[in-house]
Design a protein around this ligand. Structure first.
Ligand code: SAM
Length: 268
């Protein structure tokens, strides 16, 4: 179960960051290809905009593209190392600010000031307490017409598989910690308590409206619907609509055609 303590330790100390996180885009042909073919088409209708809040930018894999889409940008990450790197990497961008946060809240952001909140490939590693806390903060900081695009876990739908794999991992641990870790990596450390349904309940509890959900698989994990991308808005905003949910088991297949196209482009 990826707790706040696990996330802080993982991203501040254990993970090497040798590739700045760009390595996670390799199946798509690199960060630019993934941005153009996977991320940007899903958020194009919300951009360009005034103020963007990015939750958990890491080393700035998506920040580099978001910065050109806004008048002001705030990035918050619980890992000091990530904030230090982004501060240095984007030093020339006067409209950008980066803050270390507590992993739950954004006190540095004023009420009703965020036009677009974004988080991709980060909140998947968080449990419902963290997701719920951020949703309550988004209720406070989103502008009346604001909208949030949040990539989170759906692992909770595989509760039985998770319990079984955890039991196998525990059984292996006296013999090999490496084997145990390998087994437990099957879900890429997704939050176990979060599902698409639970996310909608958390939105309602925060008095936000979840207007769309794309339940997706993830590269390397076959047809398992480990993740979900949700769009959230203030009730009554121009983005408000009854929830539309789609299941996209071809999400990760798109990576292959993206990588093939990127390769052709790079070869020119
Ligand atoms: C897998 S990295 C992804 C970073 C970036 N979004 C990307 O796609 O390259 C996960 C990031 O989430 C951050 N993170 C994890 N839990 C967080 C939380 N509760 N609040 C803020 N940042 C968090 C980590 O510090 C790390 O930078």
């Amino acid at each position: 179960m990826p707790t706040l303590t696990w996330n802080r330790h993982e991203w501040d100390h254990r993970y090497g960051w040798a590739g700045r996180g760009d390595e996670w885009s390799a199946p798509w042909g690199g960060p630019e290809a993934q941005w153009q073919r996977c991320v940007y088409p899903r958020i194009a209708r919300f951009l360009p905009t005034g103020t963007i809040l990015e939750i958990a930018p890491g080393f700035g894999r998506w920040t580099q593209f978001l910065l050109g889409q806004c008048e002001s940008y705030v990035g918050v990450d619980l890992a000091e190392r990530c904030v230090a790197t982004c501060t240095e990497r984007f030093a020339g961008q006067d409209h950008a600010q980066f803050f270390v946060n507590d992993g739950l809240s954004v006190p540095m952001v004023a009420d009703s000031t965020v036009d677009f909140a974004f988080s991709f490939d980060s909140l998947v590693h968080c449990e419902q307490d963290v997701v719920g806390a951020y949703l309550r903060e988004l209720r406070r900081v989103l502008a009346p017409t604001g909208v949030a695009f949040l990539h989170h876990s759906n692992l909770g739908v595989y509760r039985r598989t998770t319990a079984l794999v955890d039991a196998v991992g525990r059984a292996l641990s006296p013999f090999s910690a490496r084997a145990r870790n390998g087994v437990q990596l099957w879900n890429y450390w997704r939050g176990q308590s979060v599902t698409a349904d639970r996310f909608v309940e958390l939105c309602a509890a925060a008095d936000l409206t979840c207007v769309s959900q794309e339940v997706i698989n993830w590269v390397g994990r076959g047809p398992l619907l480990l993740d979900c991308i949700s769009v959230v808005t203030q009730p009554g905003s121009r983005w408000d609509q009854p929830l539309i949910r789609t299941t996209n088991r071809r999400f990760s297949a798109a990576a292959r055609s993206s990588a093939a196209a990127a390769q052709l482009f790079l070869a020119r």
